[in-house]
Design a protein around this ligand. Structure first.
Ligand code: TGC
Ligand code: FAD
Length: 385
């Protein structure tokens, strides 16, 4: 995908350097094995130390917590390049950084930050984020998991569903109802009454491990409570804003991969004794894909710039997540069609991106939910229920 509107001129040298390093890493160390990992429904855990070495976990956090004070533009570019490889690889990094390290940094005690963040930045402690339940997805306020105050801490009971990284996570950021409202807890995998079942038979995000968390009178010591989560549901949703921002860039990474494959294929594939790229209807499809990628790159960049200036809000992030996921899914579908029968083979990667993007369209707030978040913003009327 060419830099049609010279976005590189809007990026700092260190942002471009990091982007190019991650792009090379994905090309050299992810692409060779990703089709097989996807087919075998396997997350390649051997890449975790390499992602840590590249400094990709908690990169926007201060250095004393294992981060590198990187910009949110840099974080967006990293998500774009990881997802140009596979949405499952980017999801792993999103959850570790935005959904697990971020709440400890934003809502945790100094002890929790020192204990967990540097180890998570090094990839030595892996996190997962337990908000969704089987009967509570778009409406997390209706969650049933409860945390009861007991001597020395809390007793958590409930289940969480569709939790990325859960099958091998060391800690889970679990959200539960308390008498004062929804609060966040750091639940460690060896806590009594805490277990996880892996979710099998996914036909999307197969190179990502997903699980169900089961908490049965699970004791969580007081020192594992996130005091800053007293904002209630807003605390959990604040983590989502972090992840959703990265997803807007990531989904476009998958879209760029699909566009590049389709453009090169269309210039090579001969039908009726000429390249299919010479047919008007194919050129129309390629231009429509190109057009949406160029537009998404600009709004993603602007929201990243505003986020770095502390001027972004969750409505802006809803818009870029909604736009990117919808357009990336359309682009993947159009690219799959350009490849004809070859488009359904994992060998050409597009069908894997297309299936993955169905998850990305749904998680972190479905397309409908982001329409309603923005609907509430422009009309000042909540239409969720
Ligand atoms: P509502 O009254 O709208 O909001 C309650 C309070 O929260 C505040 N708020 C936010 N704060 C920060 N960031 C956001 N994104 C926020 N959205 C809302 C809001 O200002 C309010 O604050 P206050 O101070 O007035 O109390 O609550 P509602 O129940 O009417 O609607 C909220 C709704 C529907 C927008 C929210 O529940 C929602 O976003 N639902 C979608 C659930 C979702 O996105 N789940 C994702 C789970 S995690 C996941 O999928 C990880 S996938 C792996 C990966 O990321 O790679
Ligand atoms: P529902 O909320 O039941 O929605 C079903 C349909 O109804 C959707 O089309 C939705 O848009 C629509 N709908 C719902 N409410 C409304 C409304 N008010 N108006 C109009 N339409 C509406 N969650 C986590 O907490 N942590 C994770 O790590 C995580 N990882 C995930 C990984 C994968 C692979 C998947 C598939 C999901 C993951 N999720 C995770 C869960 C994800 O966030 C939820 O699936 C998502 O929030 C949607 O909730 P739901 O699946 O219950 O669908």
């Amino acid at each position: 995908m060419e830099d049609f509107l010279l976005i590189d001129e809007l990026l700092a040298d260190e942002e471009k350097l990091l982007r190019d390093n991650v792009r090379r890493f994905v090309q050299a160390e992810i692409m060779p094995g990703i089709a097989e990992a996807y087919e075998n429904a396997h997350f390649p855990r051997e890449i975790i130390p390499r992602l840590a070495e590249l400094g990709l976990f908690g990169m926007t956090l201060p250095e004393n917590y294992g981060g590198s004070n990187a910009s949110y533009l840099a974080y967006g570019l990293v998500c774009q390049e990881l997802e140009r490889g596979d949405s499952g690889i980017r999801s792993f990094a999103s959850v570790q950084s935005s959904l697990c390290m971020y709440p400890i940094f934003a809502y945790g005690t100094e002890e929790q930050k020192i204990r967990f963040l540097p180890a998570m930045a090094a990839g030595k402690i892996i996190g997962c984020f337990g908000l969704t339940e089987a009967d509570s997805g778009s409406d997390p306020a209706s969650m049933r998991t409860v945390a009861k105050k007991v001597a020395g801490g809390w007793q958590l009971t409930g289940t969480k569903m569709w939790i990325t990284n859960a099958p091998f996570a060391d800690i889970a950021i679990v959200w539960a109802h308390t008498e004062e409202g929804i609060r966040g807890f750091i639940v460690e995998k060896n806590f009594k009454g805490f277990s996880c079942n892996e979710i099998k038979h996914k036909m999307s995000l197969r190179a990502s491990a997903t699980g169900e968390l089961i908490l049965t009178n699970c004791f969580v010591p007081a020192e594992n409570y996130l005091p800053g989560s007293e904002k209630g549901l807003a605390a959990a949703l604040g983590c989502l804003s972090q992840a959703r921002y990265g997803i807007a860039w990531g989904a476009m990474g998958a879209a760029m991969a699909c566009y590049d494959i389709a453009l090169n294929y269309a210039k090579e594939r001969q039908q009726f004794n000429k390249p299919i790229a010479s047919f008007q209807l194919i050129q129309k499809d390629l231009v429509d894909m190109f057009n949406e990628i160029v537009k998404a790159q600009l709004i993603n960049w602007r929201v990243g710039q505003l986020k770095d200036q502390g001027k972004s809000d969750f409505n802006m992030i809803s818009l870029v997540k909604m736009n990117a996921c919808r357009e990336a899914l359309n682009i993947a579908r159009m690219a799959r069609n350009i490849l004809g029968g070859n488009g359904i083979s994992l060998e050409y990667h597009i069908i894997r991106h297309m299936a993955n993007l169905e998850t990305v369209f749904t998680y972190e707030g479905t397309d409908n939910i982001h329409h309603l978040i923005l609907g509430k913003h422009i009309t000042e009327i909540s239409a969720f229920s």
